[in-house]
Ligand binder design. Sequence first.
Ligand SMILES: [Zn+2]
Length: 393
Amino acid sequence: MTIDDAPRDALRGGPRELLRWVATGAAVSRADLSRLSGLSPSTVSQRVEALISQGLLEEAGAGRSRGGRRPRQLAVPTGGAVVGAIDLGAHHARVGTLDLSGRVVQARTRPVRIEDGPEAVLADLLGEVAALAVVPNGPTPSDAPAAGALRGIGIGIPGPVQHATGRIVSPSRMPGWNGFDVAAFCADRVEVPVIVDNDANLMALGAHRTTHPDLEHAVYIKAGTGIGSGVISDGRLHRGAQGSAGDISHCRVVADPAPPCSCGNAGCLEAVASGAALVTALREQGVPVDDLTGVIRLIDDGDRHATALARQAGRAIGEILAVVVNFFNPQVVAIGGRLADCEPLLASMRATLYERCLPLATQTLLIERVTTGQDVGITGAAHLVIDHVVAVN
Ligand SMILES: [Zn+2]
């Protein structure tokens, strides 16, 4: 399905923000919402009525009296709407349900064999979301969200996704997935909107909404088995014309020799600095290593081959990031994914960035780790759906 971007009502007082204030307890009445948003009581009332008619808000009991009529109290329906989220990785998927403020209700990690192909993998994960959506969330059965409370599903894919169609285009390390229409496949199996995006975009959205919602320009690097980035511009996820904005995996870096890349070129960032590249390079040096976990263990143990490769990877990421920072002038650059915890990689990325960037671009630039943990991807996926659901209902 084609999903237009939600209008930017993250500005003060949009329906999504009103909903978020109630969900987080910042507001319990129309008067609170009016005060927080600076909007007139009649505008707030209009938006609240719309949210109530969509079943996204409810009026429960009466608030504290201030002498006159007792104000009606607003709440997000309990046991009510949730969105489903799937963050698909090379070997695992994080699957969860989140409430309409973007808080995780339930989440679990499942092993995935990406080589089993899209039908088998996605059918299994959709089943998992459906199961989570009806599992009781509280101590009593009455707390169970009713079946049908699922409002939509957001899915992150570790490869390029054409945003308008939800189709996967030329992914590395996903045999059998090229050209697969994830959105259409899922739409045939569930009755709620399904929105598909790449995993780096979802990490960017999740990290931005939870850590820096106030900053308007941000770049988030996801460095795991693959490598990619998501761009927040003017407070919104920037996807570009087709959805490939931020995909830095095939940008060329200085490397001698230049390792061949799955795209047919040589010396791509992905072939030098991704987790998969580190595994390959170590094996070529005769170091027996199974996977990225093994590489990270070697780096933590101070193995000199692995540490040297991590430094080289950090320099390569820093080189590309320096171009991005000079060009885009973000307020924050944050690195997430499993390689973000490798100190040698982070240190050389940071040094390269300072060396190669204009002083004006780095003067107030924050360089950070993404600190939101394993649920950052599903949080981003949920926000994608929440923005859509609240905007179109
Ligand atoms: Zn390439």
